[in-house]
Design a protein around this ligand. Structure first.
Ligand SMILES: [Zn+2]
Ligand SMILES: [Zn+2]
Length: 436
């Protein structure tokens, strides 16, 4: 009987969630001790290691290692493994979210658009009226943040969470995104790809890890742009133009391999809108002078780009524990989504429409932004330890700059093979940080 229990256990290890890992491993260890009188501390250690290896499987590229058998380290072995398959299903999370969180209210959505547009115009008018070098830097930061808020509302349009009216979503999305030089459909289609493949090493879109082979093939300039701050925070326009290293295609080009033939018309429409905005800015620079356009629009645009790269990078990187990336059969929509991260941005949460509540958004992008916080609270008991509570922010989220810099020094590539992989460090880029 005991050996049957053991063999079942070996074949079907229980996933590590909530308090289960500690008790399950302890009981496993005790079972070995009781059923096998020859079990010594060393054998116990061996059983723990084997248990861990079985659970992670042979395709794991970065297995956990045990150096000794002190109680602390055994505890470490028994800790929650974020790469283990969760014991709940997507449907369990869906069921925990209150019904009203799924309801889209187009008037409420529109009210956020009106609020943001009024603020954008007000800030521009105030800056022009003041026209002082003491005011311009404040204006740039404030307006760049508001451009980012506009992007988030357009992002809701792209997901259809803005309203149930497809035309309204498309018109508002185009107006919002074109105003900040984002090709709406081109971006929308690839953003959908990101959600559908989150956490997949190869199939994810933007800010996914490079394989070691690709990483080693990059020249110094490419590595600098990818890993040395502030350059990665300026990546978005270049990503739109030619995607990430190792991938081809442009978000502006209808014939690009990013899109299927039926999406061509949409991509052309958005590229025309984008070009119209560029034309408008050029025209305005003749009327108002290029310096005025630089101060009013171009500098805030780059602040917006930094916000976008900052937030989207931290959505998927920088947790103190290394989080898994998946390939092959180990990847699933749920497991990939669970490795995304929520972030607290302090006062900015409200301004950028709670985009920091990212996990629930990733799993259920149809939930409007104004219900994300409530939906997250409702889902937390189901998530258990799979939910990584974000660090509390001061009014402004300066703590996240440190998180970003640490991750850029640490998270460089993943092994070329393996279905559950973790970021590895390159000592040359890590600098003072030791490679892991
Ligand atoms: Zn994401
Ligand atoms: Zn999204």
């Amino acid at each position: 009987m005991a050996s049957w229990v053991l063999s079942q256990y070996a074949l079907n290890p229980l996933p590590h969630i909530f308090r289960t890992p500690r008790t399950s491993i302890t009981s496993h260890k005790l079972t070995v001790s009781h059923t096998n009188n020859r079990a010594t501390p060393d054998l116990t250690k061996l059983s723990l290691i084997k248990f861990r290896e079985r659970k992670l499987g042979l395709r794991v590229s970065a297995p956990f290692q045990i150096a000794s058998t002190t109680p602390e380290e055994e505890d470490e072995v028994a800790e929650f493994d974020p790469g283990s398959p969760p014991p709940f299903k997507l449907a369990d999370i869906r069921a925990a979210i209150p019904k009203h969180c799924w309801v889209k209210n187009q008037w409420r959505s529109m009210s956020y658009v009106v609020r943001d547009v009024v603020i954008v115009l007000g800030l521009a008018a105030a800056a022009v009226a003041a026209n002082s070098w003491a005011v311009w830097p404040l204006y740039w930061v404030a307006q760049g943040t508001m451009f980012w808020a506009l992007f988030v509302l357009g992002h809701d349009c792209g997901h259809g969470s803005f309203s149930n009216n497809h035309k309204l979503n498309s018109v508002v999305g185009h107006l919002l995104h074109s105003s900040i030089l984002v090709p709406y459909h081109g971006w929308r289609i690839r953003h959908r790809t990101h959600h559908q493949n989150h956490g997949h090493v190869e199939n994810d879109e933007s800010w996914h890890p490079m394989s070691e082979k690709l990483f080693r093939s990059l020249d110094k300039i490419a590595l600098t742009f990818r890993f040395k701050a502030p350059f990665p925070m300026l990546a978005y326009p270049f990503y739109l133009w030619e995607r990430s290293p190792g991938k081809t295609g442009s978000h502006y080009h209808p014939d690009s391999d990013l899109f299927v033939p039926s999406e061509k018309k949409d991509v052309i429409t958005s590229t025309i809108c984008w070009t119209t905005m560029v034309g408008l800015l050029i025209g305005l620079s003749f009327v108002m002078g290029p310096i005025q356009i630089l101060k009013l629009y171009v500098v805030p645009y780059w602040i917006f780009v930094m916000w976008l790269d900052f937030v989207t990078y931290l959505d998927h990187h920088g947790h103190e524990d290394k989080l898994p990336w998946y390939r092959g059969e180990e990847w699933s929509y749920l497991r990939g989504g669970l490795t995304t991260l929520d972030r607290d941005y302090g006062l900015i949460n409200n301004i950028h429409h709670d985009i920091g509540t990212h996990v629930i958004h990733h799993l259920f992008p149809q939930i409007p932004h104004y219900h994300l916080v409530e939906a997250t609270q409702a889902a937390k008991p189901i998530f258990g330890k799979y939910y990584k509570e974000p660090a509390k922010s001061k009014p402004l989220p300066f703590h996240l700059i440190d998180v970003l810099l640490k991750s850029l020094k640490r998270d460089h590539f993943v092994p070329d093979t393996g279905d559950i992989v973790y970021y590895q460090s390159d000592p040359q880029i890590s600098g003072s940080l030791k490679p892991e």
